[in-house]
Design a binder for this molecule. Structure first.
Ligand code: CA
Length: 729
């Protein structure tokens, strides 16, 4: 009997990150020609700037540039102008900023670099020296999304929770503050934002039982101005924060001893600022742990998780909120970029805030009041049928709450999201939003015996039960449903206008310009330009690696450039195993690529690396029960970094453990997993989390998997599409 798609998917996986590479190299600096001296006034009107002054181009985060030198009629003449090789081989998610002819960007491990925007010469670099074992606290790779600028200072958030101000002219630190408790599992991967002299920074940790908050620091001194916690703490223990009053009310939406679990609501990416309304907007993560049975056992909305919140920019005081996923239980972070526009709604120009949410719905809110204007799904969803416009709440599929039913449920979209952090763009010229959309379903199975652990993910989800079995027919079926596209969306009409289908999910963020073009990199390793109005593909060029970051554009001496960070990585490549190569096999080749009209630079030839033949030790002769136990432990503790099913799809960013030399010797394997022998390379110790017998079981499972795949070597892969031919230039 042919299994149903749902049945097949019930064997699929969410998987995420763990090992890494180079040690800190210290700071190198030589004087730049000039620092920028950017004013608050310039930042507040930067949405219309020819420079690129903040993460989303301006406080409204439209990622729409007024530059027109490169446009729909000449985009086919684009060529590489210069490129810079980066000194890490992890996911690259930053959007470079440009001011005064200098590009400021970040790479993995929170390192900052300044380049001459015309020549590509490296002006300075800064390495904050993040201890590599902190990588175990990063759910989705040790990435960084970029810097903020004010005056002549450049601000970066580091993976270990610091906010550092650097002198823009030479990269030397001006001040540094620890924004998180360094003994807890907080990380920062987001780009800071600036609002009227305050630097805004949040943190990640929604997969690690961390309680979310956003902080505002004085840009000149680094002094804390205000802090807003997004979920209530223990009753009777006020935080003396801007959120105290609002959270006293929000606490009614929780039950049980939620504060013991952290709660989530982490502000890990989206922040916006409206200078006219003097409001700061931010999106909050999933509830932590995901499984509400443990977090808030009698239900409740669990405010302000999975929410869009507006606060007073000067004080951090609560103004309004809209919760996109009440009682969040699926990892539906509401952290996707918050885009401001003034749209004609029912004949009236209305100040709106837009978000293409991870949960599959495109929300349009009145950004003054928080009132819901519309919410339509831009991708297939299985967990809800619609949003009730009277209540603003989703009409849920009753089967979606897997922890209530006790039955697995295939959730579309899954934790990877219908749209994740990869920023969308909005063009006021076309009136369209451009969304990096994807379709990645996954079954959800609740744990029946969850208790918080010391290291790694804290979700209350049974990843072992959701793991993709090593059965070609099942893998093929799951692979066939994974999709990714660039979707042009009319936010007023609430409908799709055009779609460019890609080979698979996890493509890059988007840039739109007044030249009637949109630019996006892909998982298949291309940088592409489309006609913003029609969706016609106008140009593409090889990046020699998967592109996940968003492109940006700037002009120097009358020449317009388009720049993008290239480098395959992030949640899907690390966690999804073989499925991560749905768009074709790519390596991580981390670079900054800069294009211009008639550019003639060539990338050095790159041939995608073949896997070395597997040469595992013989199976250990333990019973199937031990191997099965090892598989479950791997799925819980290792798979989120090293890849689902013990196969890594990160293009070399993270080791594929089937190939690990440590498998050959139990003592060596223990010295890494429990002894921390590779901590300086990014593999944290799991001492106190796993015992000796459990580590032996994981090793037995990995050896078993390697031997299975060794037997299959030479046969055509049923899963990974044919490898692309070597790319030249
Ligand atoms: Ca999350």
């Amino acid at each position: 009997m042919k299994p149903t798609l749902a049945a097949l998917l019930l064997g699929s996986t969410l998987a995420a990150p763990a090992m890494s590479e180079a040690a800190p190299s210290g700071m190198t600096a030589r004087p730049a020609a000039r620092g920028p001296a950017i004013t608050t006034q310039q930042l507040n009107v930067a949405d219309g700037s020819a420079d690129w002054l903040s993460y989303g181009h301006g406080p409204g985060e439209q990622r729409y540039s007024p530059l027109t030198r490169i446009n729909a009629s000449n985009a086919s003449r684009l060529g590489l102008s210069w490129y810079a090789d980066l000194d890490t081989a992890r996911g690259q998610e930053a959007t470079p900023l440009e001011v005064g002819g200098v590009l400021y960007t970040t790479t993995a491990w929170s390192m900052v670099k300044a380049f001459d925007g015309k020549t590509g010469a490296l002006l300075w670099s800064f390495d904050p020296g993040v201890h590599r074992e902190r990588g175990v606290d990063a759910c989705c790779d040790v990435v960084n999304r970029g810097v903020a600028i004010l005056g002549d200072l450049v601000f970066v958030g580091t993976l270990d929770g610091r906010l550092i101000a650097l002198h823009a002219g030479n990269g030397k630190p001006a001040w540094s503050v620890q924004t998180t408790d360094p003994t807890k599992h907080y990380t920062i991967t987001m780009a800071p934002r600036v609002a009227n002299g305050l630097v805004l920074i949040g943190n990640g940790g929604g997969e690690y039982g961390m309680r979310g908050y956003i902080s505002a620091y004085d840009a000149a001194s680094g002094k804390l101005a205000w802090r807003f916690y997004t979920v209530p703490g223990q009753p009777g223990h006020p935080d003396h924060a801007a959120s105290d009053t609002a959270l006293a009310k929000a606490a009614k939406s929780w039950s049980g001893d939620w504060w013991k679990f952290g709660g989530g609501g982490n502000v890990w990416d989206a922040v916006g600022f409206d200078p006219q309304l003097d409001l700061v907007y931010f999106g909050t993560s999933n509830a932590a742990p995901w499984n509400q049975k443990y977090l808030s056992p009698n239900g409740g909305d669990t405010l302000f998780t999975a929410s869009i919140v507006a606060v007073n920019a000067k004080t951090g005081a609560y103004v309004w909120h809209y919760q996109t996923t009440p009682g969040e239980s699926w990892d539906f972070d509401a952290t996707q970029q918050l885009v401001q526009a003034d749209l004609k709604i029912d004949g009236k120009i209305t100040p709106v805030l837009m978000q293409a949410n991870k949960n599959g719905f495109f929300y349009v809110l009145n950004r003054k009041t928080g009132a819901l204007i519309s919410a339509k799904n831009f991708a297939p969803v299985s967990w809800a049928t619609s949003i009730d416009m009277k209540t603003g709440r989703p009409v849920e599929n009753p089967d979606a709450r897997y922890y209530k039913s006790g039955k697995p449920f295939v959730v579309m979209p899954s934790a990877y999201g219908a749209h994740n952090w990869q920023p969308m763009a909005y063009s006021p010229a076309t009136g369209l939003a451009y969304i990096p959309e994807q379709e990645v379903p996954s079954p959800y199975v609740g744990k029946t015996d969850y208790a918080p652990s010391k290291v790694g993910w804290q979700t209350g989800i049974n990843f072992a039960a959701m793991a993709l079995p090593n059965v070609p027919a099942i893998k093929q079926a799951v692979l066939s449903v994974l999709k990714g596209a660039l979707v042009a969306w009319d936010p007023v009409a609430g409908r799709e206008v055009w779609r460019a289908q890609h080979a698979g999910p996890w493509n890059g963020g988007v840039l739109a310009t007044a030249g009637d073009i949109v630019v996006q990199g892909t998982a298949a390793g291309q940088v592409e330009i489309y006609n913003a109005s029609t969706g016609q593909k106008l140009w593409s060029a090889p990046a020699e690696t998967g592109v996940i970051a968003a492109p940006m554009t700037y002009a120097i001496d009358g020449v317009q450039y388009i720049a993008v960070m290239a480098g395959w990585g992030g949640a899907f490549p690390l966690a999804a195993g073989e499925l991560a190569y749905k768009s074709g096999r790519v390596d991580n080749v981390s670079r900054l690529l800069v294009f211009a009209l008639d550019g003639t630079k060539q990338l050095p030839p790159h041939v995608v690396a073949e896997d070395a033949p597997l040469s595992p030790p013989a199976n250990l002769g333990v019973g199937p029960g031990v191997v099965a136990a090892g598989m479950a432990l791997y799925a819980d503790h290792c798979g989120v970094c090293h890849g689902g099913g013990a196969v890594n799809g990160s293009g070399g960013a993270i080791p594929d453990l089937r190939h690990s030399a440590t498998l050959a010797d139990g003592g060596t394997f223990h010295s890494v997993v429990l002894g921390g022998a590779l901590a300086s390379g990014g593999m944290a110790s799991f001492k106190g989390e796993l015992d000796d017998a459990q580590v032996d079981a994981v090793r037995a499972y990995l050896i078993s998997r390697a031997n299975e795949d060794k037997r299959a070597e030479g046969a055509p892969s049923p899963v990974v599409p044919a490898r692309e031919p070597a790319r030249k230039g």
